[in-house]
Write a protein that binds this ligand. Structure first.
Ligand SMILES: NC(=O)c1ccc[n+]([C@@H]2O[C@H](COP(=O)([O-])OP(=O)(O)OC[C@H]3O[C@@H](n4cnc5c(N)ncnc54)[C@H](OP(=O)(O)O)[C@@H]3O)[C@@H](O)[C@H]2O)c1
Length: 276
């Protein structure tokens, strides 16, 4: 790799991306920089061979591609910190800034980044934590200055993290709520499904393991068979059988409507937070 990779903010999401990248084994960790206010929270990056610092400016000055991984409410502060900690007389040509901040538009990112030196190109992404195990879903929208080649480079960089798809920016909040918040919904589903068998006396660890494998396998069936999920559902519902009895119970409990509403609520909240 001919470039250095940086992360401003090394919390949960940045760590998931970092793990997905290093698990693939193609990007040398010695070319990765991460910053955050508390060095003690970045020790897991150091143990993997990355460079850690509490100066955001050090990451910005050393790296060609910089992921922004702070919470949206800390964006301005993080960029102010970055500006304040830049090395003196820095000459910076071009930086590709990859934002992972939910709900923050490309336009707003450009405004906040304008205090930093050099030409800033921005790619807005929406990653998810399963990227750390190579099974994530990441959405991205480039600004108009980002080239096709740079998009290909980003997809290549994240290829060890799972699926990475380009989407128009106006779909970011809704599709991003599905991929970003959806894992939490599925964890609840896995836990509840396991509870269903624990209630009947089965061991919890085994119930959780089998529920997780079943959810993963069902997703894989949708992706690999290319069949509509409704058809796959029909294929496992024998007339008068046990599965259709369970399906009827889910319908009775408004399972579909609840999931639809959960995605919509998450999207509204994302948009609301983006306005603040
Ligand atoms: N979690 C998800 O599933 C998910 C999904 C999609 C998008 N996102 C987006 O990912 C971003 C990060 O979320 P997260 O869940 O990873 O949060 P997080 O774990 O709290 O990570 C945020 C990191 O930012 C650091 N930080 C705080 N102030 C900073 C500053 N001034 N300069 C540099 N670093 C600073 C924090 O350091 P300390 O801990 O040391 O204070 C922390 O490591 C958010 O914008 C969120 O919208 C998250």
């Amino acid at each position: 790799m001919s470039y250095n990779l940086g992360f401003i903010g090394g919390g949960n999401m940045s760590t998931s991306i970092f793990q997905g990248i290093i698990n693939k084994g193609e990007f040398p960790t010695s070319k990765i920089w991460v910053s955050g206010p508390h060095l003690e929270n970045l020790q897991h990056w150091k143990e993997c061979g990355a460079n850690i610092t509490n100066k955001n400016g050090e990451v910005y000055s050393n790296c060609d591609i910089v992921f922004l991984g702070v919470k949206p409410q800390f964006l301005t502060k993080a960029i102010d910190d970055c500006s304040d900690s830049l090395p003196k007389n820095i000459v910076k040509q071009k930086v590709l800034v990859v934002s992972i901040l939910a709900g923050i538009s490309i336009e707003h990112l450009h405004k906040v980044l304008s205090i930093l030196p050099g030409e800033k190109q921005v790619i807005r992404t929406l990653p998810n934590t399963p990227m750390s195990v190579g099974a994530g879903a990441c959405l991205y929208t480039p600004d108009s200055t980002v080239s096709e080649q740079q998009c290909v480079e980003l997809e290549k960089l994240l290829s060890g993290c799972g699926i990475c798809e380009r989407v128009p920016e106006h779909y970011m909040s809704s599709l991003g709520s599905l991929t970003g918040c959806g894992p939490a919904f599925m964890y609840i589903a896995i836990e509840a499904l396991a509870d269903g068998v624990v209630k009947q006396g089965a061991p919890r660890a085994q119930a959780i393991r089998l529920a997780a494998q079943m959810v993963m396998g069902s997703g894989k069936m949708v992706l690999e068979s290319k069949k509509h999920p409704g058809l796959l559902k029909d294929e496992v519902c024998s007339p008068g059988g046990s599965t259709i009895s369970g399906v009827a119970t889910l319908e009775d409990g408004k399972f579909r409507a609840t999931l639809i509403n959960a995605i919509e609520a998450a999207t509204h909240r994302t948009l609301e937070m983006g306005k603040k």
